[in-house]
Design a protein around this ligand. Structure first.
Ligand SMILES: [Zn+2]
Length: 626
């Protein structure tokens, strides 16, 4: 007993010393990135890491903030070497975690030098998000989590870095990092915590435009745009006006900011991964080269930037407690993504409309597409909204096949419908005096701050909603999260004075959607999605195609005896309305060919919202500029 107590006493005093030393001398590292080989899709990094003799355990970030998954691309870390006092050091990867390496540091070494290359995915790899293609001949995005290592035993707030980058000759750059010095193509940035470093990617390119969005105003925001051609930057004047409205409308919505200045890092290229990733003071948003100059692409992707911008408040500043970790190795739990992503999807779309990036009709076209999509999620019968969030780390990487039956990250779209529903209840219960804007001002507003995290849980969401207007919000969300349909949660659209209907005319939005995907969306008629070569991406369980025995991965060869094209398929759906003959599809499946007869005579079907004059029109007020 005495021995045990003695040991306990020693251990606890060591822990105390350790805690004190952690607070006193958190390590300061340098990281120098050579991006001059970006067109070859390889980035070189050099780090200096304080060390002492023994095992130095280093982490490569595994759980990437905003990606909600252990997506740190450790497989693309190459050329990894460590030296101390000029001698090569032995290292080995941890057997229980591939994102951890242990370096053997001999006596007399107080600084370890690490060098590594990050080899960047190419478009053909189909790698997703920030791990996806990030460099072309003319531009690149540097994500610090991909080139950084950090020592075990410290939080991401405690460790600091002095970062520097050497850019390709003549390339310009944009980032939320502060520049300390700039010599030629070499830039030294001010020291930052690991947290801020990972939160501050850099966009760089030969064809580059810096666009101040609110010059001279409080809380400055700018766009740093890199494109694969100068022509892609020649947006029409009204688009720049709409972009200028975005910070203004966001400030009107939230009441303040939680950033010092904000950078929209906007990449326009057909050869990078397409997605948006949020940060406190920037977003990394990537889409097609001609998005700013092509009206169809502009409409389709209008809410990309506003969605990511909303995350500065909803996701970065206010963040689910169990998604908030002190480093990048701990599991981020995704159960509240219906707030983090669902509310952001709703507000991002609303902000796009309030800023003029969409007109009210385009907003409704998008909303009708979202509603119809969720209305045909056969998987809602077994997987509820909560389970889509709980499974997020897997579902981001789900294949397209069986999308409707499996469901994927539906907390975006179903979340949007549910938050519209919540907004409509606030408006109804307050007789039009309050709205989701009041929720945002309480939940996301408050005094202006520099980037910081204020965590929340389910109860905080419920209690803030009750501060806005008293209602059974706990019961509302419990039902929404557990609901299995049938059909989509359309209460918000209906409360707002609109109805979801289907007819034969395609909205501009759905036409653009089909053009972009080079396919046909017959989800709402026979229940299938097919590419232009006839390959079926998905079928909807319970609808005619699936009932007839057709499934994802099969290929339509012919329609009513004629070789498949999208137009032939459309014409056959229309002709079927006035015919008693079944729709005949000849389908290839694993080298076998079969004929399927679909007893379908409903024609093409596409969703729209139509006005319900028996109720006040809330939607028009929701998207009205503030
Ligand atoms: Zn998001």
């Amino acid at each position: 007993m005495t021995f045990a107590r003695y040991v306990f006493g020693v251990v606890s005093s060591m822990l105390t010393i350790c805690v004190i030393s952690m607070a006193a001398v958190a390590p300061h590292l340098t990281i120098a990135v050579d991006a001059t080989d970006a067109p070859r899709k390889i980035f070189h990094a050099q780090l200096t890491i304080p060390a002492s003799s023994g095992t130095l355990t280093l982490y490569y970030p595994k759980w990437i903030p905003g990606e909600h998954a252990p997506s740190g691309p450790v497989i693309d870390v190459t050329g990894l070497k460590f030296t101390g006092n000029g001698h090569l050091l032995n290292w080995r990867r941890a057997l229980d975690d591939n994102w951890t390496v242990n370096v053997e540091v001999p006596g007399g070494v107080n600084e370890v030098h690490a060098s590594l290359d990050f080899v960047c995915a190419t478009p053909e790899d189909n790698t997703l998000f920030s791990s996806g293609a990030s460099a072309t001949d003319k531009l690149a995005i540097i994500s610090w989590n991909q080139v950084v290592l950090y020592p075990k035993g410290w939080t991401s707030d405690q460790i600091t870095y002095s970062p520097s980058v050497r850019f390709p000759s003549g390339w310009k750059f944009g980032t939320a990092l502060q520049v300390a010095s700039h010599t030629g193509d070499e830039v030294q940035f001010e020291p930052v915590s690991l947290y801020t470093l990972v939160d501050s990617p850099i966009i760089t390119g030969q064809y580059f435009k810096l666009f101040p969005m609110n010059p001279g105003q409080e809380f400055p925001a700018e766009m740093d745009i890199a494109a694969d051609s100068p022509a892609a930057l020649q947006a029409p004047p009204e688009l720049w006006e709409h972009y200028q409205n975005v910070p203004k409308q966001a400030l009107a919505l939230f009441g303040t900011t939680h950033y010092r200045d904000y950078h929209f890092l906007f990449t326009l290229s057909d050869y990078v991964a397409h997605f948006g990733l949020e940060h406190h003071e920037s977003n990394d948003s990537r889409t097609y080269e001609r998005t700013m100059v092509d009206p169809q692409l502009r409409m389709l992707h209008a809410s990309l930037l506003t969605h990511e911008y909303v995350h500065s408040w909803n996701g970065k500043y206010r963040r689910p407690a169990d998604l908030t970790t002190s480093d990048y190795q701990q599991i981020m739990q995704d159960d509240l993504l219906w707030v983090y992503e669902g509310l952001t999807e709703y507000l991002g779309d609303v902000l796009a409309a309030r800023s003029g990036l969409w007109d009210a009709d385009q907003y409704r076209q998008n909303l009708s597409a979202v509603a119809a999509y969720m209305d045909h999620r056969s998987g809602r019968t077994w997987r509820n909204l909560q389970d889509t969030a709980d499974s997020a780390a897997q579902l981001y990487y789900a294949p397209h096949q069986w999308d409707s039956w499996r469901r994927d990250t539906d907390y975006y779209d179903e979340g949007e419908l549910d938050w519209l529903w919540a907004d409509s209840i606030i408006r109804r219960q307050s007789n039009g005096k309050k709205s989701i804007d009041d929720f945002c001002k309480i939940f996301h507003g408050g005094p202006h701050t520099a980037p910081t995290v204020k965590t929340y849980n389910f109860d905080d969401v419920v209690s803030t909603l009750n501060q806005v207007v008293a209602y059974d919000w706990r019961g509302f969300w419990a039902e929404r999260l557990a609901n299995h349909g049938p059909g989509a949660p359309l209460g918000g659209i209906e409360n707002a004075g609109w109805k979801l209907v289907y007819d034969e005319s395609r909205s501009d939005m759905l036409r653009a959607w089909e053009d972009e995907r080079r396919g046909v969306n017959a989800s709402y008629s026979v229940g299938l999605l097919a590419a232009e070569d006839g390959v079926i991406e998905d079928t909807i369980e319970g609808l005619p195609a699936a009932r007839a025995g057709i499934g994802a991965g099969m290929k339509i060869i012919a329609v009513n005896g004629r070789r498949f094209t999208i137009q032939v398929f459309r014409d056959a759906l229309t002709a079927g309305k006035n015919s008693k003959e079944p729709l005949q599809l000849i389908v290839e499946n694993t080298d076998y060919v079969r004929t399927f007869n679909l007893d379908y005579h409903g024609g093409e079907k596409y969703p729209h919202l139509v006005r319900d004059e028996s109720k006040p029109d809330m939607l028009t007020d929701i998207v009205r500029p503030r």
